[in-house]
Design a protein around this ligand. Structure first.
Ligand SMILES: [Zn+2]
Length: 269
């Protein structure tokens, strides 16, 4: 009997400790899937391509906004904004690759246009790329047409570079309104992704402080914010990532984290 209980506990622990999520089965038709297949085919032959990212069908998001996700597993999403940057982002990608960590990059359209090869590397290495406007505009100051242009142009640059169409959006500065979020969700299908941990790395408080704040703030289901355009932020990442791994956290992309929450049925509508 004791052995049976132990076996059950071990099995339950195994289930709870995994951040894997199975995608929805049959929603893979249409332009999104085609773009993904094209990008996969393009990179399948490139050196360094060793694993296709596990991308399920185009995700469906229940909520208009996410700052964190209710999950039962120790999963977090590390997010990097405002890049890609020509030297800092590749250095960060090396660090992530060494640790087999998948992250989400909220890229600025003008930078996507300038460094499309970095976007292609992100996709080839299993990361998620998301929309962060074309010019890093404060969208609360824009006309509706200008807002649409900011999002559309940024999405086009990502798709042109990688063949993958983004499905998530983060408002620059976190500045948005309920009306804007509703419009973006209905017209683009994007939920607005905020964060649960902000180390304020852009204020450059010091490498150790940035790492400490990320580690101290992390909770299961957390969305952690940082900026891959700042060198001290990249310098903080080995310590932050290794300490989070040592605490038992597993890293998933934001869309994977949301899928985990929806699978558990624990998120509010
Ligand atoms: Zn930003």
């Amino acid at each position: 009997m004791a052995r049976l209980v132990l076996t059950f506990l071990a099995f339950a622990g195994l289930l709870l400790s995994s951040c894997q999520v199975a995608g929805p089965a049959a929603s893979t038709s249409g332009a999104w899937k085609k773009g993904y297949d094209d990008a996969s085919a393009k990179y399948a032959s490139k050196p360094g391509w060793n694993q296709a990212p596990s991308v399920p069908g185009k995700p469906v998001y229940a909520q208009t906004t996410y700052s964190s996700v209710s999950v039962s597993q120790p999963c977090v999403a590390m997010t990097f904004d405002d890049g890609p940057h020509p030297s800092n982002t590749p250095r960060l990608l090396d660090m992530l690759k060494q640790r087999n960590i998948k992250a989400t990059f909220f890229v600025v359209g003008t930078n996507s246009q300038a460094y499309p090869q970095i976007l292609r590397r992100m996709i080839a290495e299993g990361h998620e790329i998301a929309n962060h406007t074309w010019t890093h505009a404060n969208i609360t100051t824009l006309s509706t047409d200008a807002l649409r242009r900011e999002l559309r142009d940024s999405a086009d640059a990502i798709t042109k570079a990688t063949g993958v169409t983004p499905t998530l959006f983060r408002p620059p500065y976190g500045a948005t309104t309920a009306n804007i979020k509703a419009l973006i969700k209905s017209e683009f299908g994007y939920p607005s992704i905020i964060w649960s941990v902000d180390p304020e790395d852009w204020k450059r408080p010091g490498v150790q402080v940035v790492a400490d704040r990320l580690v101290a703030g992390a909770r299961p289901g957390g969305i952690l914010l940082a900026h891959d355009i700042h060198k001290p932020t990249i310098d903080a990442m080995p310590s932050a990532l290794d300490r989070l791994l040592a605490k038992g956290f597993q890293f998933v992309t934001v869309s994977q984290l949301i899928a985990l929450g929806q699978k558990g049925g624990a998120t509010a509508p």
